[in-house]
Design a protein around this ligand. Structure first.
Ligand SMILES: *Cc1c(COP(=O)(O)O)cnc(C)c1O
Length: 456
């Protein structure tokens, strides 16, 4: 059979409010052409992020009812702990309300001013939390990872040579930890191979540097290893995940991604001294050690989500459904980042609308048009997001992209066919896309709250 079906039935539905183009034109004008300012009810297909937007299963909702809300020692915590340790066997586990809380606690304990953390690519909250300690976040992804048309199967890989050189230059004493992000979110959801995780571990061992995995999309990464890396086709996803984490000393996790829940996260590690300090910090900022920032029912839903996310029928469908969108866009000539990543499709807006200069935000113009034309909300990842420098001047970002992030188990194939059709129609009329400008912008993170309009 070549058709891969959604491996679930729908039991509970959430209506979508249908809108007309005229209504959407009014909504987006009132939102000052910033998609973050829209009311979600005015969006038909919301592809702003895959974070916290998963649908929970009937089993997870059943678990929510069974959540135990004891302040200390809840059985829900012990079920959560068992589910995490089955996949990621670290000694100490610290629940948090989100991934960034785990990052903040870890870096507060481990980093000092002037330290450096190498990573394949830091996610934006990870970078911000490293920098908040006065430390430096350094990205060392392989060269192919920066090339939008390279078909390399593991574009998220760490550049091992560059990592060794970096450690030699900066000295072990300034590098308290190394990280590797699976899949590489900021690099397009591209996977990291087992061989590369092992090689990163070998370098860390040689210098005595602890290795942490930013684990948000660990199951999607494991599926890519199973289907693309020689020697893994016959291993189960659970075994592959266990092997990935066997090379690390700890991990940070946002449960809003591959734990299939709407809120949650954790921090795990083997170092007892760090764990004691992290727990003290947790109690100060998040909550007691057996609940962190979460309710018992949240811990219960995570435990069940972790069992469901390594299910191979789920992962086959998940990765195929992302590739389906990317392949159908590419088939009509729409320029996209290659190959398709795990959780999102990235349209190359600079090649889509070459008549719009980068400083007139082709990605923003395309994202606005996808909303006006079909009610689809994507996200500009380009010059509007990254182009403003601390001194107030502006430069073009490396790439101008529109990310269509795909929530887990949430939209059907016919809804994705609609998305593909909308992009094709906008592509046919791409010469009509107009450049944009900021009419108001804050000094930092301007893409979240800035106001836009069309250039005259
Ligand atoms: C989402 C994400 C985080 C941060 O997690 P939050 O739950 O959003 O705080 C960190 N790293 C990566 C790779 C992510 O995708």
């Amino acid at each position: 059979m070549k058709t891969i079906i959604e491996p679930f039935r729908i039991k509970s539905v959430e209506p979508i409010r249908m809108t007309t183009r005229a209504e959407r034109e009014q909504c987006i004008e009132q939102a000052h052409y910033n998609l973050f300012n829209l009311h979600a009810n005015d969006v038909l297909i919301d592809l702003l992020t895959d974070s916290g937007t998963s649908s929970m299963s009937a089993r997870q909702w059943g678990g929510v009812m069974e959540g135990n809300e004891a302040y200390a020692g809840s059985p829900s915590f012990y079920r959560f702990e068992k589910a995490v340790k089955d996949l990621m066997p670290f000694k100490y586990l610290v629940p948090t309300h989100q991934g960034r809380a785990a990052e903040n606690i870890l870096f507060t304990v481990v980093l000092k001013e002037g330290a450096c953390v190498p990573n394949n690519t830091h996610f934006d909250t990870t970078r911000a939390n490293v920098e908040a300690q006065g430390a430096e976040a350094v990205d060392l992804v392989i060269r192919e990872g920066l090339d939008p048309v390279s078909e390399h199967p593991f574009k998220g890989n760490m550049d091992i040579g560059a990592l060794e050189q970096f450690i030699e230059q900066h000295g072990v004493k300034n590098i308290p930890m190394c990280m590797i992000t699976v899949t590489n979110n900021s690099g397009g959801g591209q996977p990291v191979s087992m061989e590369n995780i092992r090689a990163t571990r070998a370098v860390c061992d040689r210098y005595g540097i602890p290795l942490f995995i930013d684990a948000c999309r660990f199951a999607e990464n494991a599926w890519f290893i199973k289907t693309r890396e020689p020697g893994y086709a016959d291993k189960s996803v659970r075994e592959i995940v266990q092997e990935m984490f066997s090379y690390a000393d700890g991990c940070t996790m946002s449960a809003k991604k591959d734990a299939l829940v709407n809120m949650g996260g954790w921090l795990a590690m083997n170092n007892e001294d760090w764990a004691v300090e992290c727990r003290n910090r947790l109690i100060l900022t998040e909550g007691f050690a057996t609940y962190g920032g979460l309710s018992g029912r949240d811990l219960e839903a995570i435990a069940i989500g972790l069992d469901e996310v390594v299910d191979e029928d789920y992962l086959r469908y998940r990765i195929a459904s992302t590739a389906y969108v990317a392949e159908h866009l590419a088939a009509e000539g729409v320029p996209t980042m290659r190959p398709a990543g795990g959780h999102a499709v990235y349209i190359d807006a600079r090649r889509f609308a070459p008549h719009i200069p980068p400083l007139q935000y082709p990605g923003q113009s395309l994202a606005v048009e996808l909303y006006k034309h079909g009610g689809i909300r994507g996200c500009e990842i380009g010059t509007a997001m990254f182009g403003l420098r601390p001194d107030g001047t502006e430069v073009a970002a490396n790439l101008d992209l529109v990310r269509l992030a795909i929530p887990r188990r949430t939209y059907t194939q016919s809804q994705m066919d609609y998305v593909i059709e909308v992009v094709h129609e906008v592509f046919d009329q791409r010469a009509a896309l107009r450049g944009m400008k900021f009419t108001r912008q804050p000094r930092a993170l301007r893409h979240f709250t800035g106001h836009f309009d069309y250039v005259d």
